[in-house]
Design a protein around this ligand. Structure first.
Ligand SMILES: Cc1cc2nc3c(=O)[nH]c(=O)nc-3n(C[C@H](O)[C@H](O)[C@H](O)COP(=O)(O)OP(=O)(O)OC[C@H]3O[C@@H](n4cnc5c(N)ncnc54)[C@H](O)[C@@H]3O)c2cc1C
Length: 383
């Protein structure tokens, strides 16, 4: 019997169909092909992938976290950048739909959910600033009370989707010097005065991430756009980051699985010294090593996903899964390229893109070093 409900199976099938199409897009053409992100968002929306965990009452599928992690894994095998981009929009839709505050009845905010689910609007989440990455509590973008709500000034950097996003869940400081306790989160409208979008930047190999930066200069947020108030927002960010660590780990598995699949097939056809590559023992062992580590990472992802769905403690499991899976991807995307010989460098294969993505995965949602600190803390607390 399948572990998936019918709606979940439909999402997984939809992700597989979308991944097949994504693999046909030359990555260097992502930003030259007209509106690639918006085009693929609409395609993803038709398959329900913008609303995987969003409650059914809000128009989503109400699926499990482990279904979302598998969808992320499948899509990242084709294109890590688009998988991250999609999941970031999805998370904002889910966040708004589940916003259990008295202001949920605010129709302007709740009407955004269908626009995100249909792919009409794209969203993202902004914590990082030019001078504050790992040290999140030191952000300086400032929100001050204003006659119409709040006035916000500051700059955010390295934000997925910021080159195209319409809505940005933005973390700001409300009480300088207060650190974590003063951090709040606002829903920012990128089409309003005071929002200044910068050009997309980052590696071309990950252009489908749509990474960019933006400034807020005298931006006015309405009171109901304060989604998570000070005293709550920091904890909220740390809570949702646990899920992010698990699906990023899943994406690393998806990328290695795809590299392994391509290299294995190549080894059966490429000839060297009178036989196929796969008939050389030294060549085969590289394949076996990748398969072993991939299996281990997938098991860690499944265990962490299940714990999250069951409401069990997940901080330690999520951190361990992400450290293991990102290191595994750093090692084996490169090893699989090597197994292909020079042809592994060709743009028609995903090795170079996936190698870059493995590095990106090791920064986002808690860098490897931050997670090692976290894991060590759990270890010390348990003894
Ligand atoms: C492609 C991409 C997309 C991103 N998307 C988003 C997004 O959508 N939203 C968002 O808010 N952010 C995003 N980020 C930012 C990401 O969260 C940060 O890159 C990450 O938090 C690390 O911060 P930093 O790059 O400023 O590195 P720094 O904090 O400057 O750290 C530099 C290096 O030092 C290490 N280091 C830092 N402090 C310590 C310490 N105490 N002990 C040991 N080592 C330490 C770090 O691990 C890192 O290796 C993205 C980043 C990338 C690359």
């Amino acid at each position: 019997m399948s572990v998936w409900s019918d709606p979940e199976q439909a999402l997984i099938d939809g992700a597989q169909a979308l991944a097949t199409i994504l693999k046909t897009v030359p990555y260097k053409k992502w930003n030259h092909t007209k509106d690639s992100s918006r085009y693929f968002f609409k395609l993803a929306a038709q398959k329900g992938l913008t609303g995987i965990e969003v409650p059914v009452a809000s128009g989503g599928s109400g699926a499990s976290f482990k279904c979302k992690a598998l969808v992320a894994e499948i899509l990242a095998g084709a294109d890590f950048g688009f998988a991250m981009s999609l999941v970031n929009t999805h998370n904002v839709a889910n966040n708004i739909a589940r916003w259990d505050d008295s202001k949920t009845s605010d129709t302007t905010i709740s009407s955004l959910v269908p626009e995100l689910l249909s792919g009409q609007k794209i969203a993202c989440t902004a914590l990082t600033e030019p001078h504050a990455g790992s040290d999140f509590s030191s952000i300086t973008t400032l929100a001050q009370p204003h006659s119409q709500g709040w006035r916000i000034d500051g700059e955010k950097s390295w934000i997925i989707n910021a080159s195209v996003a319409d809505l940005i869940l933005t973390y700001v400081q409300t009480q300088p010097e207060a650190g974590a306790a003063g951090i709040a989160a606002f829903l920012i409208d990128a089409n309003r005065p005071g929002f200044i979008r910068n050009e997309q930047f980052g590696s071309e190999a990950a252009s489908s991430l749509g990474t960019s930066s933006f400034k807020l200069e005298g931006y006015i947020a309405r009171p109901e756009e304060l989604i998570h108030p000070a005293g709550f927002a920091f904890k909220r960010a740390l809570h949702s980051i646990n899920g992010a660590r698990i699906y990023v780990a899943a994406m690393c598995c998806g990328m290695v699985a795809e590299c392994l699949r391509i290299a294995t097939a190549y080894g059966a056809s490429r000839q060297a010294f009178g036989s196929s590559l796969q008939e050389h023992q030294g060549w085969r062992w590289r394949i076996a090593d990748a398969a072993i580590d991939l299996e281990a990472a997938q098991q860690m992802v499944r265990a962490a996903s299940q714990a999250l769905d069951d409401g069990q403690p997940v901080v330690d499991l999520a951190s361990k899964a992400k450290v293991f899976a990102t290191r595994m991807a750093e090692k084996h995307t490169a090893a699989m390229l090597h197994a292909m010989g020079a042809n592994g460098l060709r743009d028609e294969y995903p090795f170079v893109r996936h190698m870059t993505a493995a590095q990106i995965a090791s920064f986002t949602d808690g860098s490897t070093e931050m997670l090692l600190e976290r894991i060590c803390k759990s270890q010390q607390q348990s003894h």
